[in-house]
Design a protein around this ligand. Structure first.
Ligand code: NDP
Length: 328
């Protein structure tokens, strides 16, 4: 019944240490469903939690890992029984609660989503929080009236986790996309994932700023925030919409109101953490129908618990491309 987990501890000088330990079920927290974790995802927030940056983790010892997928081994909740395959993202799991960098977790049943038969647990973590957030963003763009015939969709932070999945989903759905990326070396991969055009972030930002700029995009999936979000808003066409989900370029937004009052542009915030069950379950069902794991496979890297320290430093330094998944 023992299992392995990466345990984070804070020493007397405030430094975070990371050690893989073998534990028993008596170490698990309270909860009504126990899950044998088959795969965990690796995200920017995991980089913060693993290093103590951002103050997301308050209590130690701690198990990080904001998403995971696996098989139910015990359940006292009527919705789940042993053998069920489940996925968990959000709800501050891995930040305030025991997370996915472990072979086992015990959680609140309300946080789980049954895994659609069309996805393996590995597929679910190739997607992970990044995939769910990309799907929620595309769903919201469509609800705002954006359709493939509306025009080009700009995807920012295109070489990252959310960006690469957003590109592949939009491409499968028949959208024309432009990938905005600061890393020219990934241009060919972005095109293979479905980007029609790759735009260098330096060139995009170097264009002279005007209160309103030439309308180029029917919509955007923005992982960047900051100056990038402000600029792209000024380039959205009449009636277009933007799904703002990230802050890779900063939390301030350098924007003005003209795109809203002269072009009727809609700015929508996307949060994956506290989404109600029905919305997340519907997003996972749609992902199962349209995500093509084979198309995405060459931007997936597999690591183990011992590799997480290096991965944390890589994601915080912006050198991760696509998705990293963890076999605990
Ligand atoms: P990644 O680290 O995988 O990707 C982020 C990408 O942002 C990088 O690959 C890079 O893309 C780009 N980027 C980095 N620095 C800058 C910069 N200074 N200006 C503009 N772009 C930059 O992270 P994820 O894809 O997992 O997450 C993206 C963002 O979304 C993060 O801020 C994350 O916290 C947030 N997020 C929010 C969620 C929500 O629920 N709202 C859920 C998941 C993530 P490139 O190299 O192509 O330029």
């Amino acid at each position: 019944m023992s299992f392995r987990a990466l345990i984070l501890e804070k020493n007397d000088t405030g430094e975070i240490t990371r050690v893989v330990k073998t534990l028993g079920n008596d170490s698990l927290p309270e909860g009504n469903v126990t899950v044998d974790i088959e795969w965990s995802g690796f995200n920017y927030k995991d980089g913060l939690c693993l290093t103590g940056a951002g103050g997301l983790v308050r209590n130690y010892p701690h198990v990080a890992g904001i998403d995971f997928a696996g098989m139910v081994s015990e359940s006292t909740d009527a919705r789940y029984k042993p053998g069920d395959r489940v996925v968990l993202t959000g709800w501050r799991v891995g930040e305030a609660h025991w997370g996915g960098f472990s072979q086992r977790a015990r959680v609140n049943a309300d946080w789980l989503v049954p895994l659609d038969a069309g996805l393996t647990t590995r597929d679910a973590m190739v997607l992970g929080t990044a995939g769910l957030t990309a799907m929620l963003s595309v769903n919201r763009l469509e609800q705002a009236g954006v359709a493939p015939e509306s025009g080009d969709i700009l995807v920012t932070g295109a070489a990252g986790g959310v960006g690469t999945i957003a590109l592949s989903l939009l491409s499968t759905l028949g959208y024309s996309t432009t990938a905005l990326s600061g890393r020219a070396q990934h241009a060919d991969t972005l095109k293979r994932l479905g980007a029609n055009t790759v735009l260098a972030r330096q060139d995009f930002l170097a264009e002279p700023d005007k209160p309103l700029e030439r309308a180029k995009w029917a919509g955007a999936v923005d992982t960047a925030g900051g100056k990038v979000l402000g600029k792209l808003l000024r380039q959205i066409q009449y009636g277009g919409a933007v799904a703002a989900l990230g802050n890779a370029a900063g939390i301030e937004m350098e924007a003005n109101v003209l795109p809203f009052i002269l072009r009727g542009v809609t700015l929508m915030g996307i949060d994956s953490v506290m989404q109600p069950f029905e919305i997340r379950a519907a997003a996972w069902r749609r992902l199962a129908g349209i995500f093509d794991p084979a198309l995405y496979e060459n931007v997936v890297a597999e690591i183990g618990l011992e590799d997480l320290e290096q991965a944390a430093s890589d994601i915080l330094n912006g050198t991760i491309h696509g998705r990293v998944i963890v076999k605990p």
